[in-house]
Ligand binder design. Structure first.
Ligand SMILES: Cc1ncc(COP(=O)(O)O)c(C=O)c1O
Length: 479
């Protein structure tokens, strides 16, 4: 017996000798398709007799989701097999309808923008301050949220990301109190924070902070297969029934039991061995922090000697992230990422400008993080100090919004050379992936400084993408 009812049921079914005259077409025949054997296809089924229905659960999935809800302390939890993306689409579309005001942090992930376009809501953006040293968005300020709520009575939803891709946490508790005092529900994109709140080393967590809907990608920091995520609903402001209906719009009608079993396995693991595994993770990061003490040029936020107190706009930082600044070293973040790959066979998550980002997870061991620390020390030893601080491209100031996202996308458009586009209205998105936060959105005025900002971002080694695919030469604008 495993600690997952779903896996037990799958094992029982796989060994039952039942002839599968149903989807999926590989029929779990690993002799014909040996690669599927390696991928665990013996358990790859969707909803058949004896199992449960993800969109109307009443059996093994319902039990598994109840267990998850108890673990996180939510009102109700939903397993997601199309990533946090489908949870975000469903949450925004459940709470906001055509013409409704939605207050959103401007550093939200593309999925939030896509959801706003689909539901036809009127977004009001709040721009979080920038951390000028790192050149990344800092925490969303509760006072800015208060002000936006004051100026937008009747707003139907507030959306923010915490932690961000880089690990910046906002004061979700204070933000929820401000929104709830006006009856506005809060959706937190916690795709990067499924591990928060399980140990004092990773404090926080939006469910405990009072958020109405929290969306988490298990696959980012916890041991869930890629695409696995979870949505937690609490309180009375978020309509559960409408959320479930929207999930059936945005999520597959053939959910993979492999994926769902891995979510349930993850919940079981957290229940039975979570304390020990979180201690190992904390110990690994603690050893990493001690080992990198002698770094001279590279700086690692919240690990080693780098204190968060030097970053006044940052409310909290998720220590599962290892955010390395190369500002005082003779190499860029992109070069650091390449050197780690070429010389040490270590693959980072992302690099840009003077930053490089490593993500750790519950599966990490002390040996892995010490190996990473040693590689950083070796590269740091070969660095020369940079005479002047390397300037980091800060997130651009938010351009003026002149029409709705959907209207701009559906309008008559032309592609212009980037240098000729200033003063025009954008008919497309411009973003870098990762982190998937748009620099420009459809309907926004293209400012004079945008071309320069885009150029300096590209020069820092980050490839910008646009909806039409015409970058770096052209931008799609409204005629
Ligand atoms: C902040 C944020 N939200 C949402 C998502 C989407 O998550 P998923 O890949 O699980 O759909 C991502 C993906 O990277 C993300 O960084």
């Amino acid at each position: 017996m495993s600690d997952s009812d779903i896996l037990d049921l799958l094992e029982e079914y796989a060994s039952s000798g039942s002839l599968p005259m149903h989807m999926p077409g590989h029929k779990r025949n690993t002799a014909t398709a040996p690669y599927l054997g390696k991928l665990g296809a013996a358990f790859d089924i969707t909803e058949i007799e004896g199992f449960d229905n993800l969109h109307a659960p009443g059996g093994v999935l319902q039990k598994a989701m109840l267990r998850a809800s108890r673990l996180w302390g939510s009102g109700r939890s939903f397993f997601l097999v199309n990533g946090s993306t489908c949870g975000i689409l469903a949450a925004v579309c459940a709470l906001a309808k055509r013409g409704d005001r939605v207050i959103a942090a401007r550093n939200c992930h593309m999925s939030v923008y896509n959801a706003l376009e689909l539901c036809g809501a009127e977004p009001v953006f709040i721009v979080p301050p920038c951390d000028s040293e790192l050149g990344i968005y800092a925490s969303l300020r509760p006072e800015d949220v208060e002000e936006a709520l004051l100026h937008n009575p009747g707003a139907k939803l507030l959306v923010l990301t915490s932690p961000t891709y880089e690990g910046v946490i906002s004061d979700v508790g204070a933000i929820c109190r401000a929104a709830h005092s006006r009856g506005v529900p809060v959706l937190v994109d916690e795709a990067h924070g499924a591990h928060l709140g399980f140990s004092d080393y990773f404090p926080g967590g939006a469910v405990k902070a009072g958020a109405d809907i929290v969306i988490q990608s298990l696959h980012k920091t916890l041991p869930g297969l890629t695409q696995t995520a979870i949505a937690h609903l609490s309180g009375k402001l978020a309509d559960e029934g409408e959320f479930a209906r929207m999930l059936s719009v945005f999520e597959t009608s053939s959910p993979s039991y492999l994926l769902m079993s891995s979510i349930d396995g993850c919940v079981g693991l957290l229940e039975s061995e979570g304390e020990m595994l979180f201690q190992r993770w904390e110990k690994s990061l603690g050893l990493f922090g001690e080992r990198i003490g002698p770094l001279k040029h590279l700086k690692v936020l919240s690990h080693g000697g780098e204190a968060l107190s030097d970053h006044g706009n940052v409310f909290g930082f998720d220590r599962s992230k290892i955010l390395i600044s190369t500002q005082l070293a003779s190499l860029t973040g992109v070069e650091l990422m390449r050197l780690l790959r070429d010389e040490h066979r270590i693959e980072l998550e992302m690099s840009s400008g003077a930053l490089a980002l490593a993500m750790t997870g519950l599966g990490d061991t002390p040996e892995a993080l010490l190996r990473f620390a040693d590689a950083l020390l070796a590269l740091d030893g070969n660095c020369a100090p940079e005479k002047k601080s390397r300037s980091v491209p800060p997130p651009c100031a938010t351009p003026k919004r002149l029409c709705g996202i959907g209207d701009a996308l559906r309008s008559e458009k032309t592609v212009l050379p980037v240098k000729d586009a200033s003063g025009k209205i954008s008919a497309e998105y411009v973003w870098a992936y990762p982190p998937g936060v748009p620099l420009l959105i459809p309907g926004e005025e293209i400012g004079e400084d945008l071309a320069d900002a885009m150029q300096s971002i590209e020069e820092s080694g980050v490839r910008l993408k646009s909806t039409s695919g015409n970058l770096p030469s052209g931008l799609c604008v409204i005629n």
